[in-house]
Design a protein around this ligand. Structure first.
Ligand SMILES: [Zn+2]
Length: 292
């Protein structure tokens, strides 16, 4: 288990899955064989699987411990959730909570759950199935959600005649938290406490947010899905196919990369392969990742 230190804070990655999932051209329209040749030396094996010609993505949470609090950042896909068009994340049965306990937190010890956005692979463990009902997994936690995302998915999910948005994710993983009175909805830039500031980074979803951490002069940024792959650090205009606003996603990506490069923040994204966290350097024509 790798423990990242940021001032007095510690951060541990809690793995749900880490595997080859998408063909590179499915993920990025701009991907070419020439780009594969140019980057192959660092892409494989952590970020690209040569045997299957697929991009490797991790799905994980970050367990942040600071100021006596245990904070879970992003909540993966969760077990027993039907995701028929994502076979590699469908009806999972993974000892995620055992891994979380091994990293230092039982469910009842989690003080805060913070979701960068409300897509299915970031809210799954918010709830678990008990006696046929989805109930909060972390009974003593407050859950921090972006209000623009809650508003957006609530609107999408309201019509029972259409298929539920995000595979029913909002109904299963967000609404039970809101209805239990455990959700804190945030809008705009928001200082959560002495160490954490919430900053909007819309585009991948309407209310996507980034969590900036500062402790003892050291910085970190939990950037969620502002980028899905390190190739997007080299090519910040490359978008993941699924965005609520492609133009805004590009603007947010550049702003986050600039912030991380200028502050020297440890960057902790949602899906990047091993070593899972690293740094962004400013380069002549943009940015370069320094992960491992
Ligand atoms: Zn994601």
């Amino acid at each position: 288990m790798t423990i990242f230190s940021v001032g007095k804070a510690t951060v541990v990655r809690i793995e749900e899955t880490y595997q080859p999932v998408y063909g590179p051209k499915e993920l990025f329209a701009e991907f070419t064989d020439e780009i594969l040749s140019e980057h192959r030396h660092w892409l494989a094996p952590n970020h690209y699987d040569s045997a299957t010609d697929k991009v490797k993505l991790s799905v994980h949470s970050w367990l942040l411990q600071i100021g006596g609090q245990k904070i879970l950042i992003d909540a993966c896909c969760g077990n027993h959730k039907s995701r028929p068009t994502r076979p590699w994340w469908n009806m999972l049965d993974i000892p995620y909570l055992d891994r979380l306990a091994a990293a230092g937190a039982r469910p009842d010890e989690i003080d805060l759950v913070m979701c960068t956005h409300l897509h299915h692979d970031h809210v799954g463990w918010n709830t678990q199935l008990r006696d046929g009902k989805w109930v909060p997994t972390f009974p003593n936690a407050r859950y921090v959600f972006s209000k623009p995302d809650v508003d957006y998915f609530q609107t999408l999910d309201i019509d029972p005649k259409t298929a539920p948005a995000e595979f029913g994710t909002f109904r299963e993983c967000v609404l039970p938290i809101v209805e239990a009175g455990r959700a804190d909805l945030v809008t705009g830039t928001h200082r959560l406490n002495d160490h954490i500031e919430i900053v909007p980074a819309p585009g991948h979803s309407p209310g996507h947010i980034v969590f900036r951490l500062e402790s003892g002069g050291a910085h970190a940024a939990f950037v969620g899905d502002v980028f899905h792959h390190l190739l997007q650090v080299y090519y910040p205009h490359w978008n993941f196919p699924k965005n609520s606003d492609a133009k805004a996603a590009r603007v947010s990506r550049r702003a986050v990369l600039e912030h991380c490069a200028s502050t020297g923040a440890l960057v902790l994204p949602g899906h990047i392969g091993a070593p899972f966290a690293g740094y962004i350097d400013a380069a002549v024509n943009g940015f370069r990742p320094r992960f491992g």
